[in-house]
Ligand binder design. Structure first.
Ligand code: GLU
Length: 428
């Protein structure tokens, strides 16, 4: 069978191609030369399967889409406190290249505007790294998200440097407020080189999929940054990633995203997909006109809005069944399924607290459970402890050991088995 997804993506591009509104960015002369008709989309699953359509293998400069990745590297290399001391997390409501700092703290308001991105660039790599080491950390770090070494478009870089007066002014301001300690023109040059890294729409989808996959690049398997770093980056992308159109974007598309002046947009839906889109004409906010339209379509058609209510947690607890064994023994088995988080574990706790099991032997069947997050793990182990204290013999049916090392409080270790030894006795 041929997958229907590429045909669907072709159809989305066809319906969005007619929109010729907006204009190609021209404040960097070399960007103004881009072919405005280019249009591409790529969607990557978290296992690295990429579906793509249009000009998805055409290269363009990453521009501001590099910002969340440099921020991720800074967080990974310096830790939260050090980075938060220098760069805030509040939306600015100002243009991306505004010369402004947060009142009081004199920090850049967030890392998605130039003032914050220039500061974040200086925080990549270990403290005391040389300029060359820091730059290499930025290039190899961003490349690790893409899963291949990215090259620099020297022509775009040169062209932007010739007109980089605003970024130079910002960097000097940062230096005078001691947000950065490095030579201001050097920081601008390296930041502009960072923005000039060449990516394809396919690369964007895989970079996004790395974030959607908890920081693990799905093709190379490399843990590029930790889950905690990903959460921080996606949070800031949600509130600050689409220039000053964040409210519009979150309500209509609802996917944490970052766009850039060359016409790319990168979107991340945690645990589901990474999205890349590209088309050079920009709207008044600086976001790709057709890119936004494509993302609106994908979100609506594929149900990707992050605020869409998930399936109710009650589906985690499939129910309880009574098994009959030799010598009139009976056991009550609670069957769980899927991914268990707080709300799913609460269903189990509620069920047991509300209707205490009237059988001496109790089992939690985790055979159909894929994953248990830390809070659900604590709740399940506490349930085991309480059931044990109430006089029940507790068994975990856990062939894949999804609840690894199940030691409950008071040193209680439930029995763990692959299958229940009585077989399928008739339920009552
Ligand atoms: N290189 C660009 C700048 O700093 C990036 C801007 C953008 O994509 O928003 O001006």
């Amino acid at each position: 069978m041929r997958s229907p997804i590429p045909e669907y993506l072709d159809e989305v591009l066809r319906t969005c191609a007619g929109d010729r509104a907006g204009a190609v960015a021209d404040y960097v002369p070399e960007l103004a030369a881009a072919d405005a008709e280019q249009l591409a989309v790529a969607v990557s699953a978290v296992d690295g399967t990429v579906y793509e359509a249009g000009d998805s293998r055409t290269s363009f400069t990453i521009q501001s889409i590099s910002k969340p990745f440099t921020y991720a590297l800074a967080l990974a290399d310096r830790g939260y406190e050090a980075v938060l001391a220098k760069i805030g997390v509040e939306p600015s409501g100002e243009a991306f290249n505004e010369l402004s700092l947060e009142e009081g703290s004199a920090r850049p308001r967030n890392p998605m505007i130039n003032v914050g991105a220039l500061a974040a660039h200086t925080l990549a790599g270990p403290p005391g790294a040389s300029r060359a080491e820091r730059f290499e950390r930025v290039v190899s770090g961003i490349s690790a998200f893409a899963g291949r070494r990215l090259e620099i478009d020297e022509a775009v870089c040169r062209s932007e440097m010739e007109t980089a007066h605003r970024n130079l002014a910002i960097a000097h301001m940062l230096r005078s407020y001691e947000v950065i300690e490095e030579d201001a023109p050097h920081v601008v040059e390296d930041y502009v080189r960072q923005c000039s890294l060449l990516v394809t729409t396919r690369d964007l989808a895989l970079m996004a999929a790395t974030l959607a996959n908890g920081g693990v690049q799905p093709v190379t398997g490399e843990q590029v940054v930790s889950r905690d770093v990903v959460r921080q980056v996606l949070s800031v992308m949600t509130t600050c990633g689409m220039y000053d159109a964040a409210g519009d974007w979150v309500t209509t598309v609802g996917i944490p995203a970052k766009s850039g002046v060359s016409g790319g947009i990168l979107g991340v839906l945690s645990g589901q997909v990474g999205i890349g889109v590209f088309s050079p004409r920009l709207d008044r906010h600086g976001n790709s006109v057709r890119g936004v339209r494509v993302c609106e379509r994908l979100s609506a058609d594929m149900g990707l809005h992050m605020m869409d209510a998930p399936a109710p947690a009650r589906s985690v607890l499939r129910g309880g069944r009574v098994l009959h064994g030799p010598a009139s023994r009976t056991a009550l088995v609670y069957e769980l399924q899927g991914t268990i988080q707080f709300a799913g574990a609460e269903r189990l706790v509620h069920g047991i607290a509300h209707t205490p099991p009237g059988h001496n032997e109790v089992a939690l069947d985790l055979t159909r459970v894929y994953s248990i997050n830390p809070v659900a793990r604590r709740m399940i182990l506490e349930t085991v402890r309480r059931l044990t204290h109430d006089g029940h013999a507790v068994t975990l049916i856990d062939p894949d050991r999804v609840l690894s090392d199940p030691v409950a409080g008071d040193g209680i270790r439930p029995r763990v088995v692959d299958t229940w030894e009585w077989g399928e006795a008739p339920a009552t």
